[in-house]
Design a protein around this ligand. Structure first.
Ligand SMILES: Cc1cc2nc3c(=O)[nH]c(=O)nc-3n(C[C@H](O)[C@H](O)[C@H](O)COP(=O)(O)OP(=O)(O)OC[C@H]3O[C@@H](n4cnc5c(N)ncnc54)[C@H](O)[C@@H]3O)c2cc1C
Length: 431
C-alpha cells in the first residue's frame, strides 16, 4: 500500500492525528517503537484483573475538553464520564476540593475578606485574554492585587492541578486562563473515558486501521530530507518513501532521527533540548477491599500530591470488590535528575496515602514509577505555546505534534490540540 502520511509515534498525538486524517480519507502508516500503543497515556493489564493507566490520567474539563472535540470530529460515541466531587486533605482535615467558583466561595478555607477578593479576581479572570498573559507568571499577576497567603495558596493548588506546575513564579497565567475559562464556562472540572484509556486508544486505533496501517515495534532511526523536503523514513534497513511525515514524539527523542546536518532540523533539535518537562513519581496500589468511595480527585496540600480511586470511576479496571488507587507526586525534572531512584519522595508519597487513609490495609500489590518526563513541556512563561515546538516546520512535508508543541492547554490537552492543528494544516496545505 502507498501511504499519504507516515506518523512516527503512537501516543495520543500520533493516534489522534492518524484517526483524524483517516477520517478525512488519508491512508496513514503509523510507526510505533514499542509493542503497545498509547505512549505516556498507555493503559494495560498489570496484575490479575487490574488494568492500570500510566499514572493518574484524567481529562481536563471532561466532555467539554479537547479529547471530546477529537472524538466528536471522528463521529465516535465514546463517552467521557464526569469526575465526582474532589477531596482536599489540608492540615490533617478533609475539605471538598473547590473546583468551581461557587465551591470556592463556599469553602471554609477562606475568610470573608478572601471571598470578596476572589469575586474580584474571578471577574478579572473571566474578562482577561489568555494570549495577553502568556508571558505573565501567576505570581506576577497576583502581585497586582492584595491577596492573602490563603488565596496565593489556592492559586498554587490550581496551577498544580491544571498545569502540573505549582511554582507560581514560572507558571504561565495565560496558559492557565485558557483552561480555567473552559472549566468555569462548562461547569466541568475533569472527566475520565468510559471503559478507561484503553477504550479511547482502541477507538483511535480502529479509525486508523479502517483504511491505513499501524506497525508496532518499529523504531524510526532517520527522516531523510533532501532540498528542504522530506523524502522517506528509515527503520533499520527499511526505507519507506513518503512526502508527508508527522513526528509525534516527545522533545527528548526528536534528535534521534532528525538529521543533525540539516539546518532546519538543527533549529528544532536545539529548541527541543531547551524545553523543561514536568516530572514526578507515581504509586499504584491494588487493595483487596475498597478504602474510599471517592469519585473525584483526591488531593493533599502539603506536599502537593494528587490521586484517584480509578476503579470507583471505572469499575472494569479492578476485580469486583477490589480497588485501584493511583497517586502522583510532582517533582521538578532537576530533582529527578539528581536522585533518579527518588526513594525518599516515593516513601513520603506512600506515607501520605496512609496518613490520609489510616484504615487502609496493606495493598495486594504496588507499582512505583519514577518519571523524568510527565508532560513534555511545563506550561511556563518562557515555554508557553508560542515558544514550544512548531507544528508546521520549514521543511516541506514535515509536521510535528505532541504535548510540547505550539497548541493550548497542558499535558495531554496540548497533544490533542496539536493533533487537531496538525491535521488542519496538512489538509489546508494539500487542498
Ligand atoms: C504519570 C503521568 C500522568 C499523566 N496524567 C495526565 C493527565 O491526567 N491528564 C493529561 O492531560 N495528561 C497527563 N499526562 C500527560 C500525557 O500522558 C501526555 O501529555 C501525552 O500522553 C503525550 O502524548 P504524546 O503523543 O505527545 O507523546 P507520547 O505519549 O510520549 O508518545 C510518543 C510515542 O512515540 C513513540 N516513539 C518514540 N520514538 C520513536 C521512534 N523513533 N520511532 C517510533 N516511535 C517512537 C513512543 O514509544 C511513544 O509511544 C500524564 C503523563 C504521565 C507520565
Amino acid at each position: 500500500m502507498v501511504f499519504d502520511v507516515v506518523i512516527i509515534g503512537g501516543g495520543i498525538a500520533g493516534l489522534s492525528c492518524g484517526a483524524l486524517l483517516s477520517k478525512k480519507g488519508y491512508r496513514v502508516l503509523l510507526l510505533e517503537a514499542k509493542q503497545i500503543l498509547g505512549g505516556r497515556a498507555n493503559s494495560q493489564p498489570l496484575q490479575s484483573g487490574y488494568i492500570v493507566d500510566w499514572g493518574i490520567h484524567s481529562l481536563r474539563a471532561g466532555d467539554a475538553g479537547v479529547a471530546a472535540t477529537v472524538l466528536q470530529r471522528l463521529g465516535l460515541k465514546l463517552e467521557i464520564l464526569p469526575s465526582g466531587e474532589g477531596q482536599l486533605f489540608h492540615e490533617e482535615k478533609w475539605y471538598s476540593l473547590p473546583t468551581s467558583v461557587s465551591a470556592l466561595m463556599a469553602t471554609p478555607l477562606l475568610s470573608d475578606a478572601d471571598r470578596s477578593m476572589i469575586g474580584t479576581l474571578f471577574t478579572n479572570i473571566m474578562s482577561a485574554n489568555p494570549e495577553d498573559l502568556l508571558t505573565t507568571s501567576v505570581a506576577s499577576w497576583l502581585a497586582g492585587y492584595e491577596v492573602s497567603d490563603m488565596i496565593r495558596w489556592i492559586f498554587q493548588l490550581y496551577a498544580g492541578l491544571i498545569l502540573i506546575e505549582p511554582d507560581l513564579t514560572v507558571a504561565s497565567m495565560g496558559e492557565m486562563l485558557d483552561i480555567m475559562h473552559l472549566i468555569i464556562r462548562s461547569g466541568k472540572a475533569a472527566g475520565y473515558p468510559k471503559g478507561g484509556w484503553r477504550a479511547l486508544l482502541q477507538a483511535l486505533r480502529e479509525q486508523i486501521e479502517a483504511i491505513g496501517e499501524i506497525r508496532l515495534g518499529r523504531t524510526v532511526t532517520k527522516i531523510h530530507i533532501q532540498d528542504r523536503a522530506v523524502e522517506a523514513v528509515q527503520i533499520g534497513n527499511d526505507r519507506i518513501s513518503c512526502d508527508t511525515i508527522i513526528a509525534a514524539v516527545p522533545p527528548d527523542v526528536i534528535s534521534s532521527f532528525l538529521p543533525q546536518t540539516d539546518p532546519d532540523s538543527l533549529k528544532i533539535i536545539e529548541l527541543a533540548k531547551r524545553l523543561i518537562p514536568t516530572a514526578g513519581v507515581t504509586l499504584d496500589l491494588g487493595f483487596a477491599e475498597p478504602i474510599t468511595d471517592a469519585l473525584g480527585l483526591i488531593v493533599s496540600s502539603n506536599p502537593f500530591i494528587m490521586g484517584q480511586a480509578t476503579s470507583n470511576i471505572n469499575p472494569s479496571v479492578a476485580p469486583a470488590g477490589e480497588q485501584l488507587f493511583t497517586f502522583y507526586y510532582p517533582l521538578s525534572a532537576k530533582e529527578i535528575q539528581k536522585d533518579p531512584l527518588a526513594a525518599k519522595p516515593m516513601k513520603q508519597l506512600k506515607a501520605l496515602v496512609y496518613q490520609m487513609f489510616p484504615k487502609a490495609p496493606k495493598p495486594k500489590w504496588t507499582r512505583r514509577l519514577v518519571l523524568p518526563v510527565v508532560d513534555g513541556a511545563s506550561p511556563r512563561i518562557n515555554q508557553n505555546r508560542n515558544q514550544r515546538l512548531p507544528i508546521q516546520t520549514s521543511t516541506k512535508g514535515l509536521y510535528l505534534a505532541g504535548d510540547a508543541h505550539n497548541a493550548p492547554g497542558a499535558g495531554g490537552d496540548i497533544a490533542f490540540n496539536a493533533a487537531l492543528a496538525c491535521v488542519d494544516k496538512i489538509a489546508s496545505t494539500q487542498k
